[in-house]
Design a protein around this ligand. Structure first.
Ligand SMILES: [Cu+2]
Length: 155
């Protein structure tokens, strides 16, 4: 009889120990996950979205009434945009103005038929054409000595 009581006592102690271990373990898991949550909560506001590069000299042509309007200006120091992007198969209306640009008052997009325009007296000149093939074309003056810009045609 006394042996049975002893076993029961031991079993009770073991059970209490197990209970404490589970409670303590549960608390530790809860505490650590809570700590992680706090760390995450602190670190997220510290993250900043990736910076978007400033590219003021590039432009994607806005489309109005099925025509892509492109504005380009030449001065003695070059073009106001070094890259223009348009879509293929849609007419482009190129508005070109040259001010004190010398021979840069004539603009030509090399490789695109009909894409040449002469600005006189600082006035805007307009030419329309439709790019039919994707690619990157250069625009420059008639002698191709002006620092060229890229005329990008996408699908
Ligand atoms: Cu020239």
């Amino acid at each position: 009889m006394s042996n049975e009581i002893k076993i029961q006592k031991n079993t009770g102690i073991v059970l209490i120990g197990l209970f404490l271990a589970i409670v303590l373990g549960g608390y530790l898991v809860w505490a650590s996950s809570n700590t992680n949550a706090q760390v995450t909560g602190v670190s997220v506001p510290g993250q900043t979205p990736p910076a978007i590069g400033n590219q003021p000299s590039q432009a994607t042509a806005p489309s109005s009434g099925g025509i892509q309007e492109v504005y380009l200006k030449a001065t003695g120091s070059g073009y106001d945009k070094n890259e223009v992007t348009v879509k293929k198969g849609i007419p482009v209306r190129l508005h070109f103005t040259a001010v004190n640009a010398g021979c840069g008052s004539y603009l030509k997009i090399y490789g695109i038929d009909g894409a040449g325009v002469q600005s006189k007296g600082g006035q805007e000149a307009v030419v329309e054409f439709t790019p039919t093939q994707e690619g990157t074309y250069q625009y420059s003056c008639g002698m191709r000595m002006y620092p060229p810009g890229n005329f990008v045609v996408t699908s």
